[in-house]
Design a protein around this ligand. Structure first.
Ligand code: BDR
Ligand code: CA
Length: 322
């Protein structure tokens, strides 16, 4: 028996890059995925929950409980799903077999609480969508939050950069109040932001080995094709950013990211800048420097890990390794 993987819960809104991130998380021994919780973001909650269940089924992991969380941001209810990026179904129109089960009877918050309380080791929460569920957990169960090994979030950016507005990244833009509460909570947070995840890219040729492959390969190729179409149309490039997979990879491979402990605030009021992460890179403000902010990535090592693992998934699933 090898060393047991690090216990994690993945909070997600699949979402094409979420789907690929989930595949990476389940592709090897590094992580012990104890639960998946879902949040509305890239698509509505019903859809992201169904997508999570179907993806786990595709990967032979119907044993991983799925808890549905929040469909709407904490405060303002005017954020819209990112359907132009991920398609109306969240997965670029690929068809996945239905799972033989539904979501857990527990909500996302209840499920995370149970997983953390049952674990002898601290559980790391990897947040790949809007932070609504995470903020709700911190409010409902401060004791549980204190026992977390940490929160690794994909969102925001160290340098001003946005993909929803000129200054706001989608996950923080969708629910800025939630992101603000999580970053101010005192739980150790690593923020893997857009300026770094945009450098964690793959190109269609990286996935050549998937052609002629099994069901996982077909799903990945379908999602990559859809996502590449979006990038081509909006940025004229075939290189797609694997935002969420980088957050997962950073937990699997400490050292992949260069981080610095900095103070991070979220702008919740600005009419032009709502959803912006304000990172005190030069230490000129008065706030505590307590968030590990990603500033750089070994992008080649990341892409090699991601592609090698995803390419191996059909064989792994057939072998029943999950
Ligand atoms: C983030 O927003 C979503 O569209 C992606 O899934 C990722 O989590 C990138 O800004
Ligand atoms: Ca996501």
């Amino acid at each position: 028996m090898g060393t047991p993987g690090l216990p994690v819960v993945i909070d997600t809104d699949p979402g094409i890059d979420d789907a690929i991130a989930l595949m990476l998380a389940l592709s090897g021994p590094e992580l012990d995925v104890r639960a998946v919780t879902t949040v509305g973001g890239n698509a509505g909650l019903e859809r992201t929950t169904e997508n999570a269940l179907r993806l786990l089924h595709l990967l032979g992991r119907d044993d991983v409980p799925v808890g549905a969380g929040a469909d709407q941001p904490l405060v303002r209810r005017d954020s819209l799903p990112a359907e132009s990026i991920h398609g109306t179904d969240g997965l670029g129109g690929i068809r996945l077999d239905p799972a033989p089960r539904g979501a857990d009877r527990r909500t996302a918050v209840e499920l995370v609480r149970d997983v953390v309380e049952a674990s002898a080791e601290p559980v790391t929460l990897i947040a790949l969508g809007p932070l609504t569920n995470v903020a709700a957990l911190l409010a409902a169960s401060p004791g549980v939050a204190a026992r977390l090994g940490g929160i690794v979030m994909m969102g925001g950016g160290a340098r001003v950069l946005g993909n929803m507005t000129p200054t706001a990244e989608f996950n923080v833009w969708y629910d800025p109040e939630a992101a603000s509460r999580v970053l101010a909570s005192g739980v150790p947070v690593t923020m893997v932001g857009l300026d770094v995840t945009r450098r964690a890219r793959t190109v269609p040729a990286d996935w050549a080995a998937l052609h002629g492959g099994g069901p996982v390969a077909r799903a990945v190729l379908g999602m990559v094709e859809f996502y590449t179409g979006f990038y081509r149309a909006t940025s004229g490039t075939d290189a797609i950013a694997q935002h969420d997979a980088l957050a997962v990879a950073s937990v699997m491979r400490p050292g992949l990211l260069t981080t610095r402990r900095l103070h991070v605030d979220v702008e919740c009021a600005g009419s032009l800048t709502r959803g912006m992460t304000v990172v005190d890179l030069d230490g000129v403000g008065a706030g505590d420097a307590r968030t590990e902010v990603a500033l750089d990535v070994d992008d080649r090592a990341f892409a090699e890990l991601l592609v090698e693992r995803v390419v191996g998934l059909d064989a792994r699933t057939r072998a029943g390794a999950g």
